[in-house]
Design a protein around this ligand. Structure first.
Ligand code: 5GP
Ligand code: ZN
Length: 113
């Protein structure tokens, strides 16, 4: 499968991994948009949020809770941070393996661009 994040999971492309378990892996974004910018991804290939079903609820919960745990470990939880899921072209998705962005370490703006 020609998926960049599956290649990172397989160890074919190096990444700065900050957390991993049986279901998820978290690594630093190669082009960080904030002082802390980490991606949390499932080990299972899921192309977009549109491919999720009710059975994936526990996995999505685990991804979100991994991100909040990492926010605490990175020291950005109290000041605040942003979690972002991009979906498809107009959502700004570039890599078609779902991932949750954890961004923090600076003030975020709203609305997003
Ligand atoms: P998207 O736009 O799909 O929501 O986000 C994809 C993210 O993956 C981008 O923030 C981009 O910088 C990051 N990214 C793309 N290629 C690589 C890579 O090879 N390694 C890492 N660590 N991040 C990547
Ligand atoms: Zn993949």
């Amino acid at each position: 499968m020609d998926c960049l994040f599956c290649k990172i999971l397989a160890g074919e492309i190096p990444a700065d991994i900050v957390y991993e378990d049986d279901h998820v892996v978290a690594f630093r974004d190669v082009n960080p948009q904030a002082p802390t910018h980490i991606l949390v991804i499932p080990r299972r290939h899921i192309a977009t949020l549109n491919d999720l079903s009710q059975e994936d609820g526990a996995l999505i919960s685990h991804i979100c809770l991994t991100a909040t745990q990492l926010a605490a470990e990175q020291g950005i939880a109290d000041d605040g941070y942003r979690l972002v899921w991009n979906c498809n072209a107009q959502g700004g998705q570039a890599v078609y393996h779902i991932h949750l962005h954890l961004c923090g370490g600076r003030a975020m703006h709203w609305p997003p661009g």
